[in-house]
Design a protein around this ligand. Structure first.
Ligand SMILES: NC(=O)c1ccc[n+]([C@@H]2O[C@H](COP(=O)([O-])OP(=O)(O)OC[C@H]3O[C@@H](n4cnc5c(N)ncnc54)[C@H](OP(=O)(O)O)[C@@H]3O)[C@@H](O)[C@H]2O)c1
Length: 260
């Protein structure tokens, strides 16, 4: 692992909380060249950066991933400073909850621009320098909701289905290069993701994962280079099940989310 990460420049979006913060902790244990932390809240980023005890360069930079111009500015700053990055982890994301007839277009746009277009803006900014160097790894944090349409979460599921489709196409395009694309799809994770007015405690944390499980899966994907990893791995079996038994799947989802 150390060989794979030694002297690498790693950029993590959504680095100030939850899964992103755990990824920062795990990556900071290796002799990286630089760790670039991105989120909107600068003080939370500074707090994350100051929690890193290892002697590596850490760059906490505030940027709204859903804002194309801000991402372009950040991309220029990083290219001017380093010329490239080695590993891009598109983790920043938001959720929303509500039936389609009740949520506003603006709310759907907020989720889509953060979760889907944010990932595209960052990928487009750094892909060319990866192609020029014929090396790099783009890791996108999706969700099991990238494979199942859950009632009350159309905006979120749509953004994650889109992320998965985009990543799959990109992965095929980059097949004969030194650049890898990986998608990590966890089930529910105990983070601040649900601490907002949209969820209103509708999702019980009891059966959810600790975020460390997801950051370990990110590290494993660097070693394996595999395209799609579910966390836990057994959750991946739900996808062939869905296609083999669509009526049963429909029944389960309907039962589970009937009250929504
Ligand atoms: N928690 C789950 O159950 C779960 C399950 C599957 C997948 N995921 C995915 O995992 C990823 C991380 O979520 P989490 O659970 O760790 O949630 P979290 O604790 O709420 O963290 C979200 C992170 O994204 C950042 N962020 C949100 N909007 C942003 C924007 N417009 N620009 C820049 N940064 C932004 C937040 O920082 P600022 O607010 O400071 O910007 C924060 O650092 C998301 O993509 C989520 O969809 C989560």
């Amino acid at each position: 692992m150390q060989n794979l990460l030694e002297n690498k420049i790693v950029l993590i979006t959504g680095a100030s909380s939850g899964i992103g913060r755990c990824i920062v902790n795990d990556f900071s244990r290796f002799q990286l060249k630089s760790l670039i932390l991105v989120a909107r809240n600068q003080s939370k980023l500074d707090e994350t950066a100051s929690s890193i005890k290892q002697d590596i360069e850490v760059l906490p930079v505030s940027c709204d991933v859903s804002n194309k111009e801000e991402v372009k500015r950040l991309g220029k700053e990083i290219h001017d400073r380093y010329g490239y990055i080695d590993i891009l982890i598109n983790n920043a994301g938001v959720g929303t909850f509500g039936r389609v007839e009740t949520i506003s277009i603006e709310e759907i746009e907020r989720v889509s621009f953060t979760n889907y277009f944010g990932m595209i803006y960052f990928t487009k900014i750094f892909l060319n320098s990866m192609i020029e160097r014929n090396t790099g790894h783009i890791i996108n944090i999706a969700s099991l909701a990238a494979s199942f349409g859950i009632p009350g979460m159309a905006a979120y599921c749509g953004s994650k289905f889109a992320m998965l489709g985009f990543s799959e196409s990109l992965s095929h395009e980059l097949k004969r290069t030194g650049i890898k694309v990986s998608v990590i799809s966890p089930i529910g994770v105990k983070t601040n993701f649900f601490n907002n007015e949209y969820f209103d405690h509708k999702y019980p944390m009891k059966y959810m994962l600790d975020p460390e499980k997801v950051s370990k899966a990110v590290l494993r994907s660097i070693i394996s280079g595999s395209f799609h990893t579910h966390v836990p791995a057994i959750a991946g079996l739900s996808i062939p099940f869905k296609y083999c038994f669509p009526a049963i799947t429909d029944l389960i989802i309907d039962r589970q989310f009937r009250k929504i």
